[in-house]
Design a binder for this molecule. Structure first.
Ligand code: AP5
Length: 215
């Protein structure tokens, strides 16, 4: 099964992709995580991607399409994949359809998480991640001057550099210009399911599980 998580920055794609992957035993493939890892390790991909990410813009399509084709060819993708952050442009979506067709697969379901912009900005600015175990938290009212620590492993939490408000606003503009057209692209194929992302994390998951295609 191939599932695409679609929605603006901060809508909850990563949160839901992780839960769905665990529940359905599918691979969770987050292009944002792959790129952040590459930046942290200073690989050629990371050096190329970093300035785009820092500005809140998209990494060029040819780079992202090459990356996804390579990942989809790996053995652990054979049991099915949840794509989180890809595709983000029409050329990426078309390339994905072609690449899947070549291996006899297709996108089975697209979950579009709908969340209003004012809530997205609150979620993005309240997001903290653990550099040690990768856990993500929502701290809406961090204590001024105090370090935020991971509940799971105790490490000091960090904020993503692209979660600064001015970069977050640019990411939202880029989403509406380049990614939002995918909503109609997938709706016209009859595989898009719109999910109310303003519910609790558990209720969003429940709605997604109820809207899975028959296996
Ligand atoms: P990426 O990492 O994909 O970022 P994004 O799409 O902007 O998404 P986010 O990670 O900000 O949000 P999310 O929807 O996953 O929400 P989350 O679950 O974390 O991409 C980063 C950059 O990489 C891009 O800007 C671009 O430069 C580059 N890139 C990546 N893919 C690319 C591609 N295909 N092409 C070109 N460039 C690419 O949740 C957000 C917060 O809200 C968390 O704190 C969470 O705990 C909380 N939360 C989640 N659900 C709920 C809920 N129901 N209620 C309350 N809080 C919630």
């Amino acid at each position: 099964m191939i599932i695409v998580m679609l929605g603006p920055p901060g809508a909850g794609k990563g949160t839901q992709a992780e839960l769905l992957a665990e529940r359905l035993n599918l691979m969770h493939l987050s292009t944002g995580d792959v790129l952040r890892e590459a930046v942290a390790q200073g690989t050629p991909l990371g050096r190329l991607a970093e300035p785009y990410m820092a500005r809140g813009e998209l990494v060029p399509d040819d780079v992202m399409i090459g990356l996804i084709k390579e990942r989809l060819g790996k053995p652990d993708a054979a049991r099915g994949v949840i794509l989180d952050g890809f595709p983000r442009t029409l050329p990426q979506a078309q390339a994905l359809n072609q690449a899947l067709a070549q291996i006899g697969q297709k996108v089975d379901r697209v979950f579009y998480l709908r969340v209003p912009v004012d809530e997205l900005l609150v979620r993005i600015s309240g997001r903290y991640t653990c550099p040690r175990c990768g856990a993500t938290y929502q701290r809406r009212q961090p204590r001024p001057g105090a370090e935020e620590r991971c509940d799971a492993c105790g490490a000091v939490l960090e904020q993503r550099p692209d979660d600064r408000i001015e970069v977050a606003r640019r990411r939202l503009d880029v989403y509406f210009e380049q990614t939002a057209p995918l909503i109609e692209f997938y709706r016209s194929q009859g595989i898009l399911v719109e999910i109310n992302g303003m519910q609790s994390i558990e209720d969003v998951l429940k709605d997604e599980l109820a809207a899975l295609p028959a296996r």
